[in-house]
Design a protein around this ligand. Structure first.
Ligand SMILES: *Cc1c(COP(=O)(O)O)cnc(C)c1O
Length: 361
């Protein structure tokens, strides 16, 4: 068996130990005589899986009891609509920060449901940093304030959260969930597609403060109602059963093999630092994100020459480092180094980049 180092932005690598455990259990889950893929979501054995996944997520992330955890479908992109449908219900206003492509999409989708305002943007700097926020632009009567915590395409991260006063802070954490500890109490709502750091595609996690659940905008589909989903323990209909099971295995890996999110963060920071240190000293490659905004999950860089970029991506793939091409909208390179990327994957990539530089600079 030969596995590559996969730098894909999502779906992305899963921990090898998790894949192995899933493989061992695939024909017969804990003596049930069935695969998790085949069992009824209403069965007792599956109930243990979904409840176990939620309990572990609460433990690992430190989610307080006054927050609901929802296991949904439709991806983070569905939450771009579900968030306003469930939260823009009082004053029908929400403030958004535009820090990249996904936050812009979230803003555009929310604009279909009410009065949304882009209070800050770093678009004119090609989203190379998290924008500063002028408090005078923010509305005290907004129903919520939305950010995208880690900007997957541009490789930037909010290192300090905005102070939104009494306005609930909502964050898309699709590409940074479980990468470091996060103070859930600072947020009204967090959401994430699972396919970056949690599980295979198909599962979307929503963590929402109970008092924000209830009313929905007229016409909200039942499937988009947080209240309906919360009342039914995410089982109003068939949940993404397999992905939730894989989520449980990944959480067990973080808890038992890594030792929790503080340890996970240490490992992730060390990995990212190795790559940024190399880029900062390289004569061929240049990092894209501003230093104060650098992501520890997605590292973006260029050579400044599109042909050289393409040559690098091609030769890297041949050497077993795949999916290093930047997002189609920005070009260049991006190394997505989520939780499951082993330290040695970065060590070997840096060595390959140094060799490539020596041959081409
Ligand atoms: C990948 C990603 C999305 C889109 O997620 P889907 O599950 O494909 O809808 C949204 N936001 C961020 C930050 C992402 O990284």
């Amino acid at each position: 068996m030969s596995r590559v180092y996969n730098f894909s932005a999502g779906p992305s690598m899963l921990p090898e130990a998790v894949l192995q455990k899933a493989a061992n259990e695939i024909m017969d889950y804990e003596g049930s005589g069935q695969s998790v893929m085949e069992m009824s979501h209403r069965s007792k054995v599956y109930d243990g899986i979904i409840k176990g996944a939620e309990a572990l997520l609460r433990e690992v992330m430190g989610i307080p009891d006054n927050y609901k955890v929802l296991f949904l479908q439709g991806g983070a992109s569905s939450q771009f609509a579900a968030v306003p449908m469930n939260l823009m219900t009082k004053n029908h206003k929400a403030d958004y920060v535009l820090s990249g492509q996904f936050s812009t999409k979230a803003y555009q989708e929310a604009a279909r449901y009410g009065d949304v305002k882009a209070v800050a943007s770093s678009k004119e700097d090609t989203f190379s940093h998290i924008p500063d926020i002028d408090k005078a632009e923010c509305r005290e009567d907004a129903d919520y304030f939305h950010i995208c915590m880690n900007n997957t395409i541009y490789g930037t991260l909010w290192h300090q959260l905005p102070d939104t006063g009494d306005v609930p802070l909502v964050a898309d954490i699709s590409s940074c969930i479980l990468s470091q500890p996060i103070d859930v109490t600072k947020f009204g709502l967090l959401y994430a597609g699972a396919q970056k750091n949690v599980a295979p595609a198909g599962l979307t996690i929503v963590i929402v403060r109970e008092d924000l659940i209830g009313e929905t905008l007229p016409g909200t589909p039942t499937m988009f109602s947080y209240e309906v989903m919360a009342k039914n323990d995410s089982m109003y209909n068939t949940p993404p059963c397999w992905s939730i099971y894989m989520c449980k295995l990944v959480l067990e890996w973080i808890k038992n093999d890594i030792g929790g999110l503080t340890k996970m963060e240490e490992r992730n920071v060390a990995k990212a630092q190795m790559l940024y240190d190399f880029l900062d000293n390289s004569k061929l490659f240049k990092p894209c994100a501003r230093k104060d905004s650098r992501s520890i999950m997605n590292v973006t860089f260029v050579t400044g020459d599109a042909d050289m970029d393409a040559k690098f991506v091609k030769e890297a793939a041949e050497a077993g480092f795949v999916n290093l091409k930047g997002h189609r909208s920005v070009g260049g390179m991006r190394a997505s180094i989520y939780n499951a990327m082993p330290v040695e994957g970065i060590e070997k990539l840096v060595k390959f980049m140094a060799d490539f530089e020596a041959r081409n600079a």
